[in-house]
Design a protein around this ligand. Structure first.
Ligand code: AMP
Length: 314
């Protein structure tokens, strides 16, 4: 891991309170979550991100400090006293592979217009978390020549009335993070190996397709030959809560690229491993509780174990 000055990393997305219903019937209420929260916390071992989002009058000082004391820059986190923070409820199936949304209360997110603090439009790297594609476009239009822009999205935008706008955002970013189900909805293809090239045709030069406990695939062009890399999920005995795993994967991936300044094929492979590692920490606790405690040394140790698990001689 290189430890020079990291590239500046901006994230725009949701800051939320999550309610979860777990397979054993237990519930968790008002966990601090949201795409921008999970992303920026997972990026912490690498870089302190700049967060753009909105919270409402119910957002606690304690939750604000949870983010700020770790060094996440909250100058772009607006407070709107006219309503409540975005909240989302999810129910997990028996094997935790499937999740159903029980409710989505937009709250102050409904009127959200991203405002970038002074000079944040010069951020070198940008992650457009899962939000309305028109807001993603708005942020993109404000950025001044970023080195790399990546984005995430969800089925709601892929299958809904904003699909055209979503395709427009996808055509303008360098990297796209999608789950296998989202990639299927975008391409109509059955297998990940067919989805990758199809998604590359939409514009990005890097595609990451996440497949839960089966790991994640990276497809990239723009090198002398096109690239496909597969990273397994870090094997865990105890998965507590998968919420935020996708955003944590993106946080680890982008954080590593911000720190290493290396987006060569080898650099991208290492970023995939860091994504997988940060997602593995995320699912070991509820909400952000586990990811928050991760130190650089924990990442290095899991990295070494990863190499052990996957190395073989030719
Ligand atoms: P992931 O498990 O990586 O897909 O991310 C889950 C996070 O996404 C949760 O913390 C939710 O608060 C957040 N979330 C769920 N639905 C939405 C939505 N419609 N817009 C923005 N964020 C959302």
């Amino acid at each position: 891991m290189r430890t020079g000055t990291p590239r500046s990393l901006l994230v725009v997305g949701s800051v939320a309170y999550d309610d979860l219903e777990m397979p054993d019937g237990t519930t968790q209420r008002r966990l601090l979550g949201g795409s921008a929260t999970h992303f920026s916390i997972a990026a912490l071992p690498f870089v302190k991100a700049r967060l753009v989002g909105v919270v409402g009058r119910d957002f606690t000082q304690r939750d604000r400090e949870t983010l700020s004391t770790r060094g996440i820059d909250l100058k772009g986190l607006a407070i709107n006293d006219d309503g409540d923070t975005f909240s989302w409820g999810g129910r997990y199936s028996e094997n935790m592979d499937d999740r159903t949304s029980i409710f989505t209360h937009l709250g102050v997110f409904e009127q959200f217009r991203p405002v970038l603090p002074d000079r944040w439009n010069e951020s070198e790297m940008v992650f457009l978390g899962n939000i309305d594609p028109s807001l993603q476009l708005e942020v993109l239009s404000k950025m001044h020549n970023p080195h790399m822009v990546a984005m995430d999205t969800m089925d709601h935008w892929i299958n809904g009335s904003k699909r055209d706008q979503l395709l427009q955002v996808i055509s303008q970013v360098n990297a796209l993070f999608v789950s296998k189900e989202e990639a299927r909805a975008l391409t109509g293809k059955r297998r990940i190996i067919e989805m990758g090239p199809e998604l590359l045709r939409l514009g990005p030069t890097t595609i990451i397709v996440k497949d839960g406990e089966h790991g994640a695939h990276l497809f990239a062009n723009g090198f002398t030959k096109s690239m496909h890399f597969y990273v397994p999920a870090f094997p865990l005995e105890n998965v507590v809560d998968p919420t935020g795993a996708g955003d944590s994967f993106a946080g680890g991936f982008m954080g590593q690229l911000a720190l290493s300044h290396d987006s060569s094929p080898d650099g991208l492979r290492r970023a995939m491993v860091m994504g997988s590692i940060m997602a593995s920490f995320c699912v070991e606790g509820f909400g952000i509780e586990q990811t928050l405690c991760v130190e650089h040394s924990d990442v290095r140790e899991r990295f070494r174990t990863f190499v052990e698990h996957t190395r073989f001689n030719q």
